[in-house]
Design a protein around this ligand. Structure first.
Ligand code: HEC
Length: 185
C-alpha cells in the first residue's frame, strides 16, 4: 500500500519537475532573442534612431537595466554637456548645487558625484531609503536613478518625476562627468 503511495508521489513529482524544466528551457530559448534585440538597439548607426528606439522600448515595456554601463558610455560620447548643464540648472538647480566647495540645499551637493557613495554627501540628512540603498554612483546607477527616482529608490524624498527623454538623460550625465573633472582640478 505505502509503496503504491510512493509510486504515486514519485509520478506527481516527476511531472512537476518536467514542467519546471520545460519552463526553464522556454526561458533560455526566449532570452537570447531578447538580448539580440537589445544589442541591436544600443549599437547605433545613428544617434537619433537609437534614442527614439530606446524611448519607445521604455514606454512599451517599462524595462529597467536594459543597458549596460558601456552601452551608456557609448551614448554619452555623442551627448552634449552644454545642453546637459542647461537642463541641470533648470530642472535640478532649485534643490541641488554642483559647485565647489560642496554645499547641500534641499537636496545633497552634486559636486564630485560620480563614484561617490550613494547617500554619501557630507552633512546631508538622507531618507532611510537612501541610507539603506548602498553602492556607488556609477554611470549606470545614475542613469537608472534619474530615469525614474521613485522606482530606483522606493521611498526617496526626492520629489522629482525623473527625466523622461533619453537625450536629456545622457546629456546631463555627460555634464556630470565634465563637471566632476572641472571640480577636481
Ligand atoms: C524638489 C527638489 C529636487 C529636485 C528638483 C531634484 N532633486 Fe535630486 N534630490 C533631492 C533630495 C531631497 C534628495 C535626497 C533624497 C533622499 O534622501 O531620499 C535628492 C537626491 C539626489 C541624488 C542622490 C545624491 C547622493 O548624494 O546620493 C542625486 C544624484 C540627485 N538627487 C540628482 C538630481 C538631478 C540630476 C536632478 C535634476 C534632473 C534632481 N536631483 C532634481 C531633491 C531634488
Amino acid at each position: 500500500m505505502s509503496s503504491e503511495i510512493n509510486k504515486l508521489a514519485c509520478a506527481v513529482l516527476t511531472a512537476f519537475l518536467v514542467y519546471l524544466m520545460s519552463s526553464f528551457i522556454r526561458e533560455l530559448v526566449y532570452h537570447p532573442e531578447k538580448t539580440k534585440e537589445i544589442s541591436y538597439l544600443v549599437i547605433p548607426e545613428k544617434e537619433e534612431t537609437n534614442i527614439k528606439d530606446i524611448d519607445k522600448k521604455k514606454n512599451e515595456e517599462k524595462v529597467q537595466d536594459l543597458l549596460s554601463e558601456s552601452d551608456i558610455l557609448k551614448m554619452i560620447e555623442l551627448a552634449d554637456s552644454e545642453e546637459g548643464k542647461k537642463f541641470a540648472s533648470k530642472n535640478c538647480g532649485a534643490c541641488h548645487l554642483f559647485t565647489m566647495p560642496p554645499e547641500n540645499k534641499i537636496g545633497p551637493s552634486l559636486a564630485l558625484l560620480l563614484n561617490r557613495k550613494i547617500g554619501g554627501a557630507e552633512g546631508y540628512k538622507y531618507s532611510k531609503a537612501f541610507k539603506e540603498k548602498g553602492g556607488i554612483w556609477s554611470i549606470k546607477n545614475l542613469y537608472y536613478f534619474l530615469d525614474n527616482p521613485k522606482v530606483w529608490v522606493p521611498g526617496t524624498k526626492m520629489s522629482y518625476r525623473g527625466i523622461k527623454n533619453s537625450e536629456d538623460l545622457i546629456n546631463i550625465i555627460k555634464f556630470f562627468t565634465i563637471n566632476d573633472k572641472r571640480n577636481k582640478s
